[in-house]
Design a binder for this molecule. Structure first.
Ligand code: UD1
Length: 379
């Protein structure tokens, strides 16, 4: 079975890594004719080393077989560039299956190409919905799901969303969460390998990530969030590994004064939000696992904090991952300054929400996915 596995941005790498490992395991166990002949295709949507290349080493997977090198652009430009290059690749490689993950422009672009060439698509992380069409990811998710043959979901509410959109029941498979497969595999490794942040084990700190256009492209929202963070940082230092787009916008808005750029811990300092370059996967999970609280607008971090039992405040008005609120440690605070401060102090004063690990987030999602692909007769 010839398979193209598509990645494009940072969080895609953690999702595809366990799938590749499972295919390797399968090939090793059944080294006869019936094997997965897979190629890892990187669209190049993320291209900085610390947003891309370094992750392959951390995740113990080989570098991509094919790099499309599309880079940045408007949504239409980026999507179109990926489509043109990916179509050529499909003509050349003639895959039996294309595996896409998540909800980014690379996911959408490769799904449209595959569907038009009648190549079956497996969508990992199908059915998540924020019901907010102002998010580009919501459009990407809906279109990708409508075109996919295999809809692999992380939770039962995603199955329900897919049913409500009229998708056929026998395409939907509740398998668990591949990102959590990776988290379980590397949590221990991070503890032993990450030396740089050793001294943080004994410190109390908050961890922040911020990159969504709704937060960082909007000067007023951005300012409200930073003002709240300044208040919180008077109580505990906040470490802020910043996405390149966020760093750029902070400079453009003239907000650099909110941050320290050197990571030295001095609790007496007032301005102690430490803005640092993006971290490696192992460094980030190490810091997340030890944090008092996490503030984020990312999707995956809402899930990872739930599994680690770390309180998470999501700086968004909605989430496509409601299970992390219902069962996990997540609370939505939007860009509401008072709410961000109030909920943060609640967490700092008593431990915050504890929650439980959602069903099938057990480290075996990728195993289930590969078994389903092999056992189904659709290819
Ligand atoms: C993308 C995804 C988002 C995901 C995020 C993970 C879409 C629509 N958005 O957002 O869902 O949560 O990845 O990080 O697909 N840039 C660099 N270096 C890089 C990559 C980006 O400097 O390696 C800068 C460029 O200025 C670029 C901007 O960041 O224009 C935005 O990058 P882009 O890939 O368009 O979207 P993200 O914000 O990263």
């Amino acid at each position: 079975m010839k398979v193209l596995c598509v990645v494009g941005v940072r969080p895609n790498f953690m999702k595809i890594a366990p799938i590749i490992n499972e295919m390797d395991k399968y090939n090793f166990a059944y080294s006869r004719k019936e094997v997965f002949e897979y190629l890892l295709v990187h669209t190049g949507q993320h291209y900085d080393d610390n947003m891309s290349n370094y992750f392959f080493k951390d995740l113990q997977i080989p570098p991509p077989d094919i790099y499309l090198g599309v880079g940045s652009g408007t949504h239409a430009e980026q999507t179109a560039k990926i489509m043109i290059k990916f179509e050529k690749l499909c003509f050349q490689k003639k895959p039996d299956l294309v595996i896409v993950v998540g909800d980014v422009n690379s996911t959408l672009a490769c799904s449209i190409v595959s569907a038009k060439l009648l190549i079956p698509i497996a969508h990992i992380e199908a059915g998540l919905r924020s019901f907010d069409r102002t998010m580009p990811e919501e459009i990407n998710r809906r279109i990708t799901d409508s075109l996919s043959e295999y809809l692999f979901t992380t939770c039962l509410d995603a199955n329900e969303n897919l049913r409500n959109e009229g998708l056929i029941e026998n395409k939907i498979y509740f398998v668990g969460n591949v990102m959590i497969d990776t988290l379980f595999k590397f949590k221990k490794i991070a503890k032993s390998k990450v030396k740089r942040f050793n001294k943080f084990k004994t410190l109390k700190y908050g961890l922040l990530t911020l990159h969504r256009p709704s937060n960082v492209d909007n000067k007023t929202n951005c300012q409200k969030i930073f003002e709240a963070l300044i208040e919180i940082s008077k109580e505990i230092p906040i470490i802020f590994p910043a996405h390149p787009r966020t760093q750029k916008i902070i400079d453009e808005f003239g907000f650099s004064h909110f941050f320290q750029k050197k990571l030295i811990f001095n609790l007496n300092q007032i301005k102690n939000i430490y803005m640092i370059p993006p971290l490696s996967y192992l460094e980030f999970i190490y810091l997340m696992d030890n944090a008092k609280l996490v503030l984020t607008d990312s999707g995956g971090i809402q899930e990872e904090t739930t599994v680690l039992g770390i309180p998470c405040l999501t700086l968004r008005e909605n989430t496509e991952r409601p299970i992390t609120i219902k069962e996990g440690t997540n609370i939505l605070v939007g860009s509401n300054k008072d709410k961000i401060i109030k909920e943060s102090f609640k967490i700092l004063n008593d431990r915050g929400k504890t929650g439980k690990i959602p069903e099938l987030w057990d480290g075996k999602a990728s195993q289930r996915i590969i078994e389903i692909i092999k056992m189904s007769n659709r290819i």
